[in-house]
Design a protein around this ligand. Structure first.
Ligand SMILES: NC(=O)c1ccc[n+]([C@@H]2O[C@H](COP(=O)([O-])OP(=O)(O)OC[C@H]3O[C@@H](n4cnc5c(N)ncnc54)[C@H](O)[C@@H]3O)[C@@H](O)[C@H]2O)c1
Length: 317
C-alpha cells in the first residue's frame, strides 16, 4: 500500500508511520515540522519512508507533493492542535484545520484515495458535566474552543467529499492520547508535562481542583484504530461513514492520573494548584462501542500499564 501520512513527524503520526512500515507499506510523510520533529522519524527515514516538508494550507504545493506520490490511502493527522493557540488565533486554526483538510480532500479525489481523518472526541462534544457520559457519536456537538469547531467542520468536509465525489473517508474522534513521543504542547499534553516535571523532581501544576476528568487512550491503540479504519475503508468503500470515537469510555480525574503516573515513575507526586483555565471542560469520556462493532477495535491497555510504558520511554530519552 502507498500511504501518505500528514503530520507524520508528530506524536501520533510518527508512531503510525512506524507501524505502517512494519506492515510493509510505502510511506510518504507530509509535515511542516511546526510541532513535529525530524528526530521522531529517524528510524522510519532509515527504513525508506519519505519526508516532504510542506504546509497543508498551501494548496498548490500540497497538490504537487501528493500527485508526485499517488497515494492509495491518506492518513490525515496534520493539524493546529494547540487549544490555547486556537483561542488566541482562530483564523490560523481554521486555515490549517479546515482549509488544509479541503486541500487534501481535493487531492484524494484525483487519486481515488481512502482518507482517515484524525478528529477529536475530547474537544468536539463540549462540557460533559450534567450530560450523559460517555458521549456517543450522536451526542450534541457543543465545542468550547475554535479547535473543536474547526475539527467538526473538517469532519463535515470528509462527509461531503464522500457523498459528492465518492471519496471513501471517515473521521476518528480520539480521546486524550498519551504515550511515547508525546509533545507537552499538544492537545493532551498533560501526561507529557507531568512526566517531565516528575523527572526533574518538580511539583505538578494542576489547574482548578484537579477533579476534572478526561478519557485517556494509549497511542499504540490509536495507531491500531487508524489501521483498522483504513482496512475497513478498503473493504467497504463509501458504504462506511463514521465518525467513530476512539477512547475507553472511562473518566479519570487529573489528580488520579498524576498519582498513577508518579507511581509508574517511582516518584512522589507533589501537587501545586493554579486557577482553572478558560475553554477547559470539567468532564469528558467517549463511548467506543461503535468502533468495536464496526471497526473491530477495542482499547485493551490499562491506564497504569500505559503510563508505565510512557514513563519508561521518557526515562530512556
Ligand atoms: N494528542 C491527542 O490527544 C489528540 C486528541 C484528539 C485528536 N488529536 C489529533 O491527532 C492529530 C495528531 O496529533 P498529535 O498529538 O500527534 O499532535 P502533533 O502536534 O504531535 O502532530 C501534528 C503534526 O502536524 C504537523 N503540522 C501542523 N501544522 C501543519 C501544516 N500546516 N502542514 C503540515 N504539517 C503540519 C506538525 O508539525 C506535527 O508533526 C491531530 O490532528 C490532532 O488534532 C490528537
Amino acid at each position: 500500500m502507498r500511504a501518505l501520512v500528514t503530520g507524520g513527524a508528530g506524536f501520533i503520526g510518527s508512531n503510525l508511520v512506524d507501524a505502517l512500515l512494519a506492515a510493509g507499506a510505502e510511506v510518504l510523510v507530509v509535515d511542516d515540522l511546526s510541532t513535529g520533529r525530524r528526530s521522531n522519524l529517524e528510524e522510519a527515514l532509515a527504513r525508506g519512508a519519505g519526508l516532504a516538508e510542506a504546509d497543508i494550507a498551501d494548496g498548490a504545493g500540497l497538490a504537487e507533493t501528493v500527485d508526485g506520490f499517488g497515494p492509495e490511502a491518506i492518513f490525515h493527522l496534520a493539524a493546529q492542535a494547540d487549544v490555547r493557540k486556537a483561542i488566541a488565533d482562530p483564523v490560523f486554526d481554521a486555515n490549517v484545520n479546515v482549509l488544509g483538510t479541503i486541500n487534501l480532500l481535493e487531492a484524494a479525489v484525483r487519486h481515488r484515495a481512502r482518507v482517515v481523518f484524525a478528529s477529536t472526541g475530547g474537544a468536539i462534544y463540549g462540557e460533559g458535566e450534567g450530560r450523559e457520559l460517555p458521549f456517543r457519536e450522536d451526542a450534541l456537538s457543543l465545542p468550547e474552543t475554535a479547535y473543536g469547531a474547526s475539527k467538526l467542520s473538517a469532519e463535515a468536509y470528509v462527509g461531503l467529499y464522500r457523498r459528492l465525489y465518492d471519496v471513501p473517508g471517515l473521521a476518528l474522534r480520539f480521546a486524550n492520547v498519551y504515550g511515547p513521543r508525546q509533545d507537552p504542547h499538544g492537545e493532551a499534553g498533560v501526561v507529557a508535562i507531568f512526566s517531565g516535571l516528575l523527572q526533574e523532581g518538580r511539583p505538578l501544576r494542576v489547574f482548578g481542583d484537579g477533579e476534572q476528568t478526561r478519557d485517556y487512550v494509549y497511542v499504540g491503540e490509536v495507531v491500531a484504530a487508524l489501521l483498522a479504519a483504513e482496512a475497513v475503508l478498503a473493504e467497504r468503500g463509501t458504504a462506511i461513514e463514521g465518525p467513530y470515537n476512539i477512547g475507553t469510555g472511562v473518566e479519570t480525574s487529573v489528580i488520579d492520573m498524576a498519582r498513577k503516573l508518579a507511581n509508574a515513575a517511582g516518584a512522589e507526586a507533589e501537587i501545586e494548584h493554579h486557577p482553572a483555565r478558560t475553554g477547559e471542560v470539567q468532564r469528558v469520556a467517549i463511548d467506543p462501542e461503535a468502533a468495536r462493532r464496526d471497526l473491530g477495535w477495542e482499547a485493551r491497555v490499562e491506564l497504569t500499564d500505559g503510563l508505565a510504558s510512557t514513563a519508561a520511554a521518557l526515562a530512556r530519552s
